[in-house]
Write a protein that binds this ligand. Structure first.
Ligand code: FES
Length: 154
């Protein structure tokens, strides 16, 4: 369809201020979504189908975060990062684990340390998405990812 062609070729912002994070069924994700130590894949409500949309949402006690984590982009223990590996663009998995592992060449990222690379070939961290919550606890973006998404982006 025309929509699919558009989504494939889309090069604009992935998230922007106020865009809701939604699950794979399109439901808005709230601060009730995860227990500490869990993770899930979320998408921008405005462009869930684009290649660079998949986002990993994790939750840890705020005291567990450190390193390059942007704490002004963490809310209720939730942090969000691009799911697109910065090495060659595969989707990182192991959402409920620390580190996040890429299945292609076993790149590893620490979601409590700003998704810093802790193993394998990725050249840079997974970009963090700045998030906050609405009055009723829905998670929304404050802006777009803080670095280019995917391979070759720096
Ligand atoms: Fe992820 Fe190579 S694409 S480690």
């Amino acid at each position: 369809s025309l929509t699919e062609v558009f989504e494939q070729e889309y090069t604009g912002p992935i998230y922007s201020e106020g865009v809701h994070l939604v699950d794979g069924d399109g439901n808005r994700v709230t601060t009730e979504a995860l227990d500490y130590g869990e993770g899930m894949t979320v998408y921008p409500a405005t462009h869930p189908g684009i290649a660079k949309a998949p986002t990993v949402l994790v939750r840890y006690e705020e005291s567990e975060y450190g390193g390059e984590t942007r704490m002004d982009s963490v809310v209720e223990g939730y942090a969000a990062y691009s799911k697109v590996c910065t090495h060659a663009g595969c989707m990182v998995g192991g959402e409920d684990e620390n580190p996040l592992v890429c299945p292609c060449h076993f790149g590893k990222y620490d979601p409590t340390q700003g998704a810093a690379v802790v193993g394998g070939p990725p050249p840079r961290p997974l970009p963090q998405l700045p998030i906050t919550q609405t009055e009723n606890g829905e998670l929304i973006a404050i802006g777009d990812f803080e670095a280019p998404v995917g391979a070759g982006g720096e």
